[in-house]
Design a protein around this ligand. Structure first.
Ligand code: AHG
Ligand code: MN
Ligand code: MN
Length: 336
């Protein structure tokens, strides 16, 4: 059988699922930008892309050269096509306005241009995470500058989400709300080819992912849960667990999509005002949409992530996601 490229998959989605043509175009443009980022990442020291810049983002994190470059690639690729009303990114304080010389469109694109930036210089997998929302109230027909409010929609409103992982292979994982499809970049052809159809996250697992160095700062339900995982066959769960922590959310989530697992980034007591590390709009929401579409679950410990009403663009949330049975267990511990 002939290979199904991303373009063909999207066209077939338009026929069978009424995926609008402008959404199809948007996904193709994002995929093209990810190919460009993949190319830059793979050059490493030869492309002069390793190392940090002298600037910090709004979260107070030093920006890596690839954070800035990936952000620019995504902005430039997406600003001219007429499919977007605006963009927002981990690397920009405020909403990005579509330049006046270009038409605007119905969608909003939110992204983490380069996830796992602490892994860039050590040649470990990194990625790009994106989320697509509709611009509410036909806001693209108005001439006013696009404010942050337009983006503040719960994750259930996402019309598409995905991530690209730049690892041994470059892959694009995508959901349009009817399952999760995985595409592998064929570098000779220059196209993403469908290689993983209707991915399902196993409901049970014996693998978990958490940054254990923060253990002493966790809240009681997380202490209890991870304590039980570590106790293995000698504890109440009566099963041995294995641990993995890549420190690139894309890579940890990709492993979970592939073979199951439990991913946690809880909030902790170091900064009581800070609800965890990961950002709702461009990390937790797109990943939760993908995980749910693959049959897994995602909560903050107390609430389904996709139901959280965002209050600001760079808001953080605690994240528990992956195999359903384990997510339900730790969520139950939070509920007492
Ligand atoms: P980013 O590189 O986009 O800032 O995100 C990094 C995130 C996420 O990818 C990962 O799961 C987590 O930070 C790792 O945090 P620790 O360094 O605390 O392990
Ligand atoms: Mn990130
Ligand atoms: Mn990032």
């Amino acid at each position: 059988m002939s290979r199904v490229t991303l373009s063909r998959y999207l066209i077939e989605q338009t026929r069978s699922n009424n995926t609008p043509a402008d959404l199809r175009f948007l996904i193709e443009v994002v995929a093209r930008a990810c190919k460009e980022i993949s190319h830059a990442v793979s050059k490493g020291a030869l492309g002069g892309v390793l190392g940090a810049t002298e600037t910090e983002n709004i979260q107070g994190e030093v920006q890596k050269k690839l954070d800035v470059l990936s952000n620019e690639i995504l902005l430039e690729a997406n600003e001219w096509g007429g499919h977007l009303a605006g963009m927002a990114s981990e690397e920009m304080d405020n909403a990005y306005q579509i330049p006046g010389k270009y038409p605007k469109g119905a969608y909003l694109l939110v992204f983490d241009p380069l996830d796992g930036s602490s892994n860039i210089d050590v040649n470990v997998s990194v990625g790009t995470i994106f989320s697509v929302l509709r611009c509410p109230g036909e806001c693209f027909t108005q001439n006013d500058a696009l404010g942050e409010e337009a983006f503040l929609q719960p994750g259930t409103k996402q019309v598409a989400a995905g991530y690209a992982i730049y690892g041994p292979q470059t892959m694009l994982m995508l959901t349009l709300g009817n399952g999760v499809m995985g595409f592998t970049l064929d570098r000779e052809l220059g196209s993403f080819v469908l290689t993983h159809e209707n991915i399902r996250v196993p409901e049970t697992t014996s693998e978990f992912a958490i940054n254990m160095s923060n253990q002493r700062h966790w809240e009681a339900p997380v202490q209890r849960y991870v304590g039980e995982l570590l106790a293995g066959t000698e504890g109440p769960l009566n099963k041995n667990y294995n641990m993995r922590w890549i420190a690139s959310m894309v890579a940890d989530v990709h492993r979970i999509l592939t073979r199951g697992g439990m991913f946690m980034y809880p909030k902790d007591s170091r900064e009581p005002g800070k609800a965890g590390k990961l950002r709702l709009m461009y990390e937790a929401n797109p990943m939760s949409f993908i995980i749910e579409q693959a049959g897994g679950a995602a909560t903050t410990g107390t609430q389904r992530i996709l139901d959280v009403q965002p209050e600001s663009l760079h808001q953080r949330v605690p994240v528990f996601l992956g195999s359903k049975e384990e997510v339900e267990r730790v969520t139950g511990y939070h509920q007492g």
